[in-house]
Design a protein around this ligand. Structure first.
Ligand code: BG6
Length: 471
């Protein structure tokens, strides 16, 4: 039986920078079946193998080995063609067991699915993998979904959110459900608030017109940030079966308190970077980026979110993401409540805090109050110290590209780390209310200089509750 992955948009950025290097690494580690073929298609007529070789070499560095490359290159094939043209689908190689990976603009998702079906390529052994963003809002995501579903059943649709492929993101499940320590405390009785930050130092990286159509809310919050929130907030799933996990995630998304026109001014902050400094270099503002022009799109968002269910009633989830921030950091902070009564007269006690850093380093820290060694009279001196778990030190493994896990799972038909349609729709419903609220209230992005922490109002958003962002 022939088995393959066929990548649409095979000469584009995502395929070249992520998908082919990931497949190469999987091959290097002996994780690709010997007979697996890798087919590419895109519009350009190019020396495909040479192009992929360059991309893989750049990413793999010292791990690029000629013998692995030879084995990998023997799997590759390429067909140049237009995704709108049925001739392309006649020319594509046919396989019994295949993942069609759409690394294209979402504008093509529906068309490609329809053509695959018409050409008899969407048979029972075929899956389709689609990248975010799935649409621009609920209505457009439904249009795409309808087209996908006309060709593929839900169990053959793999919606990719690459954050779910990250080791540390999966580790959230292990941390919560493979330890007895946290679960009894993991609720409104012991947790005061949660912060989730996805901060980047990069700007829009040459993809201004794409980004401008979406903005930070749709680019990051709708998917990556809400997925992190789901993993932190969901109930214990019955198992790791795809639908067990996804049933719990969708409940969280549906419990998010809507923020509409009445709430956006209080619960959200929008920002857009102006010129400034990033990693020591002067950089232009968002509108001055290559391809840029005047724009009302946000490159920063902060939100005070609430999950209206028994576990989380009254616990704010502060969400924040931005481009051109002062440092790259993906961070989840679980702030516990203080002890109900202090017997230590000398000073206030810092409440415990669990900090899960996903990027750039992967580590987990639990702050605990300790006695400072001293013979002083008149009460103990206390100091918060941290129990640290560095995943890099504990596991000396190469840090994998998130797509390695996801490609392998799509090939193995395992949907646990892929997003289900109802999750996407629940996320869009919440995001659309915010977008509509911004429009109704004429809420334009506030400026912040590149290389800073976003507009000052983001500090006010959390500061009004007597709290501050943890960096
Ligand atoms: C992508 C967004 O989904 O995620 C980009 O479109 C963003 O704008 C990227 O830069 C961040 O991913 P990572 O893995 O670098 O945190």
């Amino acid at each position: 039986m022939s088995k393959a992955i066929t990548i649409f948009g095979a000469t584009g950025d995502l395929a070249q920078k992520m998908l082919f290097p990931s497949l190469y690494f999987l091959d290097m580690d002996g994780l690709l079946e010997p007979g697996l073929k890798i087919a590419g298609t895109a519009r350009s007529d190019t020396d495909f193998t040479a192009k992929v070789r360059e991309a893989v070499k750049e990413r793999a560095g010292d791990l690029f080995k000629d013998d692995v490359w030879q084995r990998f290159a023997a799997r590759l094939s390429y067909v140049a063609g237009d995704a709108n043209d049925e001739a392309l689908y006649k020319a594509l190689p046919k396989f019994d067991d295949v993942v069609y990976y759409l690394a294209t603009s979402p504008d093509f998702f529906g068309t490609i699915a329809r053509h695959l079906k018409a050409a008899g390529l969407a048979h029972d052994g075929a899956r389709i993998a689609v990248e975010k963003p799935l649409g621009h809002d609920l209505a457009s995501s439904r249009e795409i979904e309808t087209a996908l579903e006309e060709a593929f059943t839900e169990d053959r649709i793999f919606r990719v959110d690459h954050y779910l492929g990250k080791e540390t993101v999966q580790n959230l499940i292990a941390l919560r459900f493979a330890n007895t320590l946290f679960e009894p405390l993991w609720n409104k009785d012991s947790i005061e608030h949660v912060q989730i930050t996805v901060a980047e130092t990069v700007g829009v990286d040459g993809r201004w017109s794409y980004y401008d159509h979406y903005g930070a809310l749709r680019d990051i919050v709708q998917n990556h940030l809400l997925q992190l929130l789901c993993l932190i907030a969901m109930e214990v799933p019955a198992s790791l079966e795809p639908d067990s996990v996804r049933n719990e995630k969708v409940k969280v998304l549906r419990s998010l308190r809507p923020i509409g026109a009445d709430g956006v001014e209080r619960e959200t902050v929008r920002g857009q970077y102006t010129k400034g400094t990033a990693e020591g270099k002067a950089v232009p503002g968002y509108t001055g980026e290559q391809g840029g022009s005047a724009s009302d799109s946000e490159t920063f968002v902060a939100i005070a979110a609430h999950i209206d269910n028994w576990r989380w009633a009254g616990v704010p989830f502060y969400l924040r993401t931005g481009k051109r921030m002062s440092e790259r950091s993906t961070l989840i902070v679980v702030q516990f409540k203080p002890v109900p009564h202090s017997i230590f007269p000398r000073r206030g006690l810092d409440a415990n805090r669990l900090t899960i850093r996903l990027q750039p380093e992967e580590d987990i820290a639990l702050s605990l109050m300790n006695k400072t060694p001293s013979l002083e009279q008149g009460g103990m001196q206390l100091k918060p110290l941290s129990l640290n778990l560095s995943l890099i030190d504990a596991f000396k493994n190469r840090r994998r590209i998130a797509y390695e896990r996801l490609l392998l799972d799509a090939l193995a038909k395992n949907q646990t780390l892929f997003v289900r349609r109802d999750e996407t729709e629940a996320a869009w419903t919440w995001i659309d209310a915010i977008e509509n609220g911004w429009r109704a209230r004429d809420m334009f992005p506030l400026p912040y200089p590149a290389g800073t922490d976003g507009p000052p109002d983001a500090h006010k958003l959390i500061g009004r509750d007597g709290r501050g962002w943890v960096d």
